[in-house]
Design a protein around this ligand. Structure first.
Ligand SMILES: *Cc1c(COP(=O)(O)O)cnc(C)c1O
Length: 388
């Protein structure tokens, strides 16, 4: 069946006991044993919970993987995956990674003796130069946050297989609706499900989906040992969000296409980063490995003095962190999501003090555009520059 059908019917479909169409939420932390040595399949909720199982099965199916795992946040998911590695191991990672992932690698993994090199994972030469005999994995975000750089997944997977590395892809921006890295040969997909998968700014969650039995068994053991699992109520919220993922992603993308084209023509916007723009350097690769361009875009204002008045002027659009929900949000990456990255590193990666990131919502696109136009006009007034 097609993805939209599977999404609409996500969950248990019909509870065998009652016929309930909504997946039951099992708050139980413990489950009775029928006899000594017997189990219903559930013993203790950290190890397994029926509501979480329903969600995890859907996630595995959507990504085309062997097994899905739900976590208390995206960072809990990434941390659990990275706990597979040991002292002395080396990781290659995309060079404009989500700020929280960068912080985890630089403040926690380093103390465990695991080193990470940040490279342009879109460049075969850069990967070749950085790989060492201790390298165990490549961690990739594509598109990257916030400059929307595209990594060629076919190329990364081929490189990883040649060097016996695990390929880990953060698929938060694309979601399985547009991109399924496991089907291209990657080993592990991670998500901040707080974003598009949940979709409504009301559940903090993370996801891991793995390929292969042995790897899946290891991740299951780590999920149970570390215990950063998603609670049953939040599993239900995530299942509920997933039902409309197809509809939402189509609308996010349609709006983002229109807005990126209009912003690109605005005199106060020198640069727009959106993989769907014909001028985007990664567009061709994106078309080869994904079925869409998503709903995230970034743009530069003509002057950094415009940023504060712009953020003050938006009205329909909310100035807030996060992304992927039905409401349009604007973020100032250099001060928010990427504040933990040293200024020089930020600048080298194009995260300038005049770059704004837009998580395009599913509102009527003309209303979003009217708000953007009005905020740009107000931010561009001469008195705003004088006030700084
Ligand atoms: C938000 C985000 C994360 C972290 O997820 P949380 O749910 O906030 O813990 C990781 N990767 C990407 C790409 C993100 O956008």
């Amino acid at each position: 069946m097609k993805m939209a059908t599977r999404l609409a019917q996500a969950g248990t479909r019909q509870d065998p006991g009652t016929g309930s169409l909504s997946t039951p939420v099992y708050f139980a932390t413990t489950f009775a044993h029928p006899e000594l040595g017997q189990s219903t399949g559930y013993d203790y909720s950290r190890t397994g919970n029926p509501t979480r199982t329903a969600l995890e099965q859907v996630l595995a199916q959507l990504e085309g993987g062997e097994r899905g795992f739900a976590f208390a946040s995206g960072m809990a998911a990434v941390s659990t995956v990275m706990s597979m590695f040991s002292q002395g191991d080396h990781i290659l990672a995309s060079d404009d990674l989500y700020g929280g992932t960068y912080r985890l690698f630089e403040t926690i993994l380093v103390r465990q003796g695991i080193t990470v090199d940040y490279v342009d994972t879109g460049s075969a030469a850069a990967l070749q130069n950085a790989v060492r005999k201790e390298t165990k994995a490549i961690f990739v975000e594509t598109p990257t946050n916030p400059t929307m750089k595209i990594t060629d997944l076919h190329q990364v997977v081929a490189f990883a297989k040649a060097h016996r590395l695990l390929t880990i892809i953060d698929n938060t921006f694309m979601t399985p609706f547009y991109q399924r890295p496991l089907e291209l040969g990657a080993d592990i997909v991670v998500h901040s499900a707080t974003k598009y998968l949940g979709g409504h700014n009301d559940v903090l969650a993370g996801v891991v989906v793995s390929q292969g039995g042995e790897l899946s068994d290891r991740l299951f053991a780590l999920q149970n040992a570390i215990g950063a699992t998603l609670g049953p109520q939040d599993c239900w919220l995530l299942l509920r969000g997933l039902k409309t993922l197809a509809l939402r992603m189509r609308q996010h993308e349609e709006n983002a296409r229109v807005l990126s084209a209009r912003l690109a023509e605005h005199p106060l916007v020198p640069r727009v980063f959106y993989p769907g723009l014909p001028s985007h350097p990664g567009r061709e690769v994106q078309e080869r490995q994904a079925t869409g361009f998503g709903g995230m875009l970034s743009f530069e204002l003509a002057d950094k003095a415009m940023v504060a008045p712009f953020l003050r002027a938006v009205d329909l659009i909310t100035f807030a962190e996060s992304l992927g929900s039905v409401e349009t949000l604007v973020t100032f990456p250099s001060r928010q999501t990427h504040a933990d990255i040293p200024a020089a590193v930020r600048a080298a990666r194009g995260v300038t003090d005049q770059l704004l990131r837009l998580s395009v919502g599913i509102e009527d696109v003309d209303d979003i555009w009217a708000d953007l136009q009005r905020a740009l006009e107000q931010a561009g007034r001469p008195e705003n520059f004088a006030r700084q």
